[in-house]
Design a protein around this ligand. Structure first.
Ligand SMILES: [Zn+2]
Length: 237
C-alpha cells in the first residue's frame, strides 16, 4: 500500500506501521484478549451508563448515578453466578460426555461458546495424522470439502497433560478449546476436556478458589465476612 500510493513520507503511516504489532490482525493473532477485541463491548457499556444519566445531570448527581449503575451490574453478575451454579443444561450434541463435562466446569456464558465449538465437530473430519516425535500431528478439514485452505493442523501432546495447539489459535486468543481440538478428543475417545485446555478464569470455581494475600490484621471482621459470602473470596487468615 505504501509503495502503491507513495506514502513513504507520511508521518501517520510511519507511526501506524511502527505500532503494527498492536493493531494489525496478522500480528495480534494468537494473543489472549479475554474476548475483548472489538469496540462493541465498550460501546455497549457507554450506552448502559447513559441510561442512568439524564440530560443536564449535575456533578453531585453523577457519582450516585454511577454507583446505581455499578450496583445493578454487580447484581447481574451475582445472578449469573447463581444460575451457572444451580442450573443444568439439556445436552444437544453427540459428544455428550465432553458436553456434560463442559457444563460442569465452565460458567454459563462461556459454555455457550464452548457448546458451539463442540457442535461444529459434526462437520469435521480428520483427513490425516502422523507421529511427530512424542507428539501427534492431526490435519482437520471440513466434511466433503477439497479446499486445503480450510485445513487446520493440531499438535497433540498425549504425555503432556493431553495439551493441544491448533493453527486456528482460538485457544490462545479466547481461552476456549476449538472445534478441531474437540474433533481430536472424539478421535481419542476422551470423555473429559483435558485440564490443560481449561482456562481457570472461565470456570465456575474461578472466584471461590481465589485467595487474597492482603494482611488481615487490621481488617474488620464484617469486611472479611462480606468478602467471603458476597464476593466468594476464599480468605486465608
Ligand atoms: Zn483449531
Amino acid at each position: 500500500m505504501v509503495n502503491t500510493y507513495g506514502l513513504h513520507n507520511k508521518n501517520w503511516v510511519k507511526i501506524m506501521y511502527e505500532k503494527r504489532h498492536k493493531w494489525a490482525e496478522a500480528f495480534i493473532s494468537g494473543h489472549f484478549f479475554a474476548r475483548r477485541r472489538n469496540t462493541q463491548i465498550c460501546e455497549g457499556m457507554n450506552k448502559y451508563i447513559k441510561g442512568y444519566l439524564k440530560s443536564g445531570v449535575k456533578l453531585f448527581e453523577l457519582i450516585p448515578a454511577l454507583d446505581r449503575a455499578l450496583l445493578r451490574l454487580r447484581n447481574k453478575v451475582v445472578e449469573e453466578d447463581f444460575r451457572s451454579n444451580n442450573s443444568t443444561h439439556v445436552l444437544t450434541t453427540q459428544l455428550k460426555n465432553l458436553e456434560h463435562h463442559a457444563t460442569t466446569i465452565f460458567t454459563d456464558s462461556v459454555f455457550e461458546h464452548v457448546h458451539k465449538e463442540i457442535d461444529r465437530v459434526g462437520s469435521l473430519i480428520i483427513s490425516r495424522s502422523m507421529p511427530f516425535g512424542s507428539i501427534r500431528l492431526f490435519f482437520t478439514s471440513r466434511y466433503n470439502s477439497n479446499n486445503l485452505q480450510n485445513e487446520y493442523t493440531t499438535f497433540y501432546h498425549p504425555k503432556d497433560n493431553h495439551h493441544m495447539e491448533c493453527s486456528c489459535a482460538l485457544f490462545e486468543c479466547e481461552g476456549i478449546p476449538c472445534s478441531h481440538m474437540f474433533n481430536i478428543m472424539k478421535h481419542e475417545h476422551m470423555t473429559e476436556i483435558p485440564s490443560s485446555l481449561v482456562l481457570k478464569r472461565w470456570t465456575k470455581s474461578a472466584k471461590s478458589d481465589m485467595q487474597t494475600s492482603i494482611p488481615m490484621n487490621n481488617v474488620p471482621n464484617e469486611a472479611i465476612e462480606f468478602a467471603r459470602y458476597t464476593l466468594h473470596i476464599n480468605i486465608v487468615l
